[in-house]
Design a protein around this ligand. Structure first.
Ligand code: ZN
Length: 148
């Protein structure tokens, strides 16, 4: 195991235990449920907007360490971003897991979420890692369609 891999594992571990993002917001504009029947992961993501900026996010639910950690890291990365930036970052994350995006500069936009890069070597865990990101994709789609 090299140092980079160790650092990645540390990020994943840290977020899987008692994440500060695991809570309910006082109020939210959008929320959605994500469910991964393969593993039993269930999450609910809440989003509060300020104009087109993601002002706050939180999640609740349960599941394996990878799903919980991926959700928490995603919240850290997307909070404070515009909706447009969030969509780009989500696409990069999904592209990284599918190994369609390998460009270092592009991957840097993922900030700590790059820690999940090696999940693509563990097919059984891929859906766990992607759950929050697909759920957030759905939320942004609803948002664009103007639904609540
Ligand atoms: Zn899982």
């Amino acid at each position: 195991m090299d140092n980079l891999e160790e650092m990645y594992n540390e990020i994943i571990m840290e977020h899987s235990m008692n994440s500060y993002n695991k809570k309910k917001l006082a109020s939210h504009d959008f929320c959605d449920l994500g469910h991964n029947p393969n593993c039993g992961d269930e999450i609910e993501i809440e989003v509060k907007l300020n104009g087109d900026v993601i002002e706050d996010m939180a999640f609740s639910g349960h599941g394996c360490a990878i799903s919980q950690s991926s959700t928490s890291v995603m919240i850290d990365v997307l909070k404070g971003k515009t909706v447009k930036e969030a969509k780009e970052i989500i696409a990069i994350f999904i592209g990284m897991i599918k190994r369609e995006i390998t460009d270092e500069e592009e991957l840097e936009r993922l900030e700590d979420a790059i820690a999940f890069k090696n999940i693509s070597n563990m097919p059984a865990r891929v859906k766990c890692a992607l759950l929050a990101w697909h759920t957030m994709e759905d939320i942004l789609k609803k948002l664009e369609e103007g639904e609540k």
